[in-house]
Design a protein. Sequence first.
Length: 137
Amino acid sequence: MKGALREDSFGRLWISGKFGLYILSNNRKEVYSHHNNPLKIAALAIDASSKKIFEDDKKRMWIALARLQLPLCLRSDSNSLKQYKFDLPKKDKEDPFDQVYDIASDILGNIWVSMEHSGLYRYNEKLDSFNLPHCGQ
């Protein structure tokens, strides 16, 4: 499984490795990991490989874990980490194998997550969850 690589707006390089997430400092002199985390960055607690890393316009990092079962997406807001699970459509619940394919935002700042099998989900800021969008919403 391939990892992910993303530079954030602070110039830090987020690197997904086989055994977790690493952050290379903006001066490129320090590498932070779950074993070396003096800044207490919550996302470094992740001890699994990540498939996608995305930064939204609010400087939140979205991390899709490379799991082989239920899809999982994490959001890191500096020192906190929030986990999101996806309600799969009824037809997919019998075969829950699905993965996050991509994470992106549109011109309005909406966060979108595409799944390999179950479709496109939109982040609802008010409900703090991902939902399958319906036409006209």
